[in-house]
Design a protein around this ligand. Structure first.
Ligand code: GDP
Ligand code: MG
Length: 440
């Protein structure tokens, strides 16, 4: 999919005349690529119609950048496909938030349950796991093993065979123990599908989840539409997690699931390990689909859009480069393609950081950095890092929380400071150029 769409968009960059004919050709290619990637036919048709409606070439005033308008319309509509415009569920501390997982056998529920509990644990929630899968032998052992490794309290039983009772008991236990996030894992297979759906409905009615997460295998393709509908018709699906996006999955099916449920994708599973869970970002997902590693003409657009939408610009205008800005830069980088190719492209990146990120251990290094940033509190992220030196215990806490050495945290703080200085110089320069009328 990536290659074909980038190809279509490249013709936009190289064409000398931008007219209706060119737009139609580009749209034809974009749609063909989406269809080839298992995106639902109806969705593709409506995408095409919307873009045609937004880009009215004849009415565009002379002098406007038609290329940019077309690129932006295509990019925005692709983002809209994966973003239903619904605010995803967020647990609140200090009260029990029951999150129930549903999905077919093998989709990655049990794995993702632990990842999610771990994710919230790191954010300071008290999280626990409840296993209700009494169908598959070894299901409880699997959850127990994962949970033990991640030091997450769990509930399950080798003797109780009623999943509804297990769900009730587990949730009750953790509620009365004052847990904030109670994750309920369910079974994904039964002798008959009707049994599976009946069980899901009963568990949902019994525990009254605050959020139901549908887990879908990213490689599922066209079948995602029917699956998502079946689940949506049975339980109140509120969020979607797409797993196995570390392989060759294009995620086209994911798009159908969003349309079928009207629910947002909240996380992406990118591996079998506990930290392989990424917060879903529509723009990153789309950039990846578009094969931004190709660095086609859209690259600039994506960069522009990301900058427009982030707080980075605002922060820079106020003269601060915060750790949160650093986090945005890092996560943007991880979404753009092979690190070795993009590390050097982020403006203002200190050379030693760029080389750390583009060598053989690049993605492990990036993960470590993201891990440290994830272990920081909001106040810390919104600071430029000075706060850590006035209260060094913060450095130790982050090091412990992310399993790195104190020196690693100090290094990150130093690199953030350097990057901030570079950015400040650059934004000063571009302001000056604007004043002189010579800049972009
Ligand atoms: P469940 O039957 O829905 O509970 O699925 P499991 O959690 O048991 O996962 C099924 C298989 O998929 C296991 O081998 C997991 O390690 C694997 N898996 C789950 N999520 C991911 C992912 O994001 N990436 C990869 N590569 N494998 C995954
Ligand atoms: Mg399971």
């Amino acid at each position: 999919l990536g290659k074909r769409i980038s190809g279509a968009l490249r013709s936009l960059t190289t064409a000398t005349v931008i007219d209706e004919q060119l737009l139609d050709n580009i749209l034809k290619e974009v749609c063909a690529a989406l269809l080839a990637s298992d995106v639902n036919v109806r969705l593709v048709q409506s995408l095409r119609k919307n873009i045609k409606k937004i880009v009215n070439l004849e009415e565009l005033a002379a002098g406007v950048n038609k290329r940019r308008i077309i690129q932006k319309a295509i990019f925005d509509e692709l983002c809209r496909l994966v973003d239903p415009g619904v605010e995803p569920f967020k647990p609140t501390k200090g009260r029990p938030n029951v999150i129930m997982f549903v999905g077919l056998q093998g989709s990655g529920k049990t794995t993702t349950c632990t990842k999610l509990a771990h994710y919230y644990q790191r954010k300071g929630f008290r999280a626990a796991l409840v296993c209700t899968d009494t169908f598959r032998a070894g299901a409880f052992d699997q959850l127990k093993q994962n949970a033990t490794k991640a030091k997450i309290p769990y509930y399950g039983s080798y003797t109780e065979s009623d999943p509804v009772q297990l769900a009730l008991d587990g949730v009750e236990r953790f509620k009365s123990d004052g847990f904030d996030v109670i994750v309920v894992d369910t079974s994904g297979r039964h002798r008959q599908e009707t049994e599976l759906f009946a069980e899901m409905k009963q568990i949902s009615a019994a525990v009254q989840p605050d959020n139901v997460i549908l887990v879908l295998d990213g490689t599922i393709g066209q079948a995602a539409d029917a699956h998502a509908r079946a689940f949506r018709d049975t339980v109140p699906v509120g969020s979607i997690v797409i797993t196995k996006m570390d392989g060759h999955a294009k995620g086209g099916g994911a798009i159908s699931a969003v349309a079928a449920t009207g629910s947002p994708i909240v996380f992406i599973g990118t591996g079998e390990h506990i930290q392989d869970l990424d917060v879903f970002k529509a723009q990153s997902f789309v950039s990846k689909m578009l094969g931004m590693g190709d660095l086609g003409g859209l690259m600039e657009t994506v960069q522009d859009l990301k900058l427009e939408n982030s707080n980075l610009v605002k922060n820079l205008e106020q003269g601060v480069f915060t750790l949160r800005s650093m986090q945005q830069q890092m996560s943007m980088m991880s979404s753009l393609g092979p690190l070795s190719r993009v590390a050097g492209m982020i403006p203002g990146m200190p050379p030693e950081l760029a080389s750390q990120l583009s060598d053989a251990q690049g993605s492990a290094n990036l993960k470590r950095i993201m891990c440290m940033l994830d272990s920081m509190t909001d106040a810390e992220l919104d600071s430029d890092g000075r706060l850590f030196y006035t209260q060094p215990s913060r450095i130790y806490r982050v090091a412990r929380g992310s399993g790195v050495r104190v020196g690693d945290v100090e290094m990150l703080l130093m690199q953030t400071k350097k990057m901030g200085e570079m950015f400040k110089t650059m934004s000063g320069m571009s302001k000056m150029q604007q004043k002189l009328g010579v800049g972009p």
